[in-house]
Ligand binder design. Structure first.
Ligand SMILES: NC(=O)c1ccc[n+]([C@@H]2O[C@H](COP(=O)([O-])OP(=O)(O)OC[C@H]3O[C@@H](n4cnc5c(N)ncnc54)[C@H](OP(=O)(O)O)[C@@H]3O)[C@@H](O)[C@H]2O)c1
Length: 249
């Protein structure tokens, strides 16, 4: 359990769901981990629980100066950065015909612009042979009604992974994506569906998976650990699906 010994990792959206499970997995493997999110109370509770290997920095991915502060503060606290898990994303849904400009801007600001600058602002602070992992989604490959901005933002991030890989590989920096399928996290309670509609959607989605269940955030965290560690030293520019075989059967 020391795959990340002496490594420094930053996890955006590290206070909940997939990011939090990954923070725990990284710390169990010897890393010092900075978690980033907006809610200070959550960050304080988690850093208290996880101890001195975990440090919380409050901020919003849509605010560039918060992102700059994230990386400069991480460097001051722990030193140069070896792993960045660009993981914040929100999943609100709306049909294309009913999408307002405000909603468009909100989704693209958080999911695409926020992730893009979470990556960009990290680059100057990375140690040689760093690993960057970006969270995409199973929705970037299918036409799921209501998900146009979620799906499009995640498809754009899949492209950004390829380009970042082309630009950073000469420095030994690897860039990959992890693509979760349906994972049981607080994410689903924030997408704006009533309990009844959500229940029906969850059943339909479950039936589309080969394993006939939602995944657990810890199952995604294991794949992120693999991409963060030297175990994946010859893997870059790729997207690894952790999705219970959704739409494969
Ligand atoms: N769960 C799924 O089924 C699923 C499937 C496919 C892809 N994904 C992707 O996986 C990633 C993580 O999702 P999750 O399920 O773990 O969600 P989650 O439990 O809702 O966690 C989201 C995290 O992001 C933080 N966050 C949200 N907006 C932020 C902002 N503007 N600035 C800074 N932090 C922000 C939240 O903290 P605060 O609210 O305190 O800021 C929280 O820590 C997302 O990119 C999502 O699109 C999830």
């Amino acid at each position: 359990m020391d795959k990340l010994k002496n490594k420094v990792a930053v996890i955006t959206g590290g206070s909940s769901g997939i990011g939090l499970a990954t923070a725990k997995e990284f710390i169990a493997n010897g890393a010092k981990v900075v978690i980033f999110g907006r809610n200070k109370q959550s960050l304080d509770e988690i850093t208290k629980e996880l101890g001195s290997m975990c440090y919380g920095i409050q901020g919003d991915v849509t605010n560039i100066s918060d992102l700059e502060k994230l990386y400069t503060d991480t460097k001051s606290k722990f030193g140069g950065i070896d792993i960045v898990f660009v993981n914040v994303g929100q999943g609100k849904l709306a049909p294309i015909a009913e999408t307002s400009e405000t909603f468009f801007d909100e989704m693209i600001n958080v999911n695409l612009k926020g992730a893009y600058f979470s990556l960009q602002k990290a680059i100057a602070h990375l140690n040689p042979n760093a690993s960057i992992i970006i969270t995409t989604s199973w929705l970037n490959e299918i036409g799921f009604g209501g998900s146009s901005l979620l799906s499009a933002s995640k498809a754009a991030l899949r492209s950004v992974v390829r380009v970042a890989n082309a630009e950073l590989a000469s420095q030994g920096i690897r860039v990959n994506a992890v693509s979760p399928g349906p994972i049981g996290t607080p994410f689903w309670g924030k997408i704006g569906l009533s309990d009844d509609v959500l229940q029906g959607a969850a059943e339909a989605i479950t039936n589309q998976t080969a394993l006939k269940r939602f995944g657990q955030p810890e199952e995604v965290a294991k794949a992120v650990l693999f991409l963060a560690s030297n175990d994946s030293s010859y893997i870059t520019g790729h997207e690894i699906a952790v999705d219970g075989g959704i739409n494969q059967v």
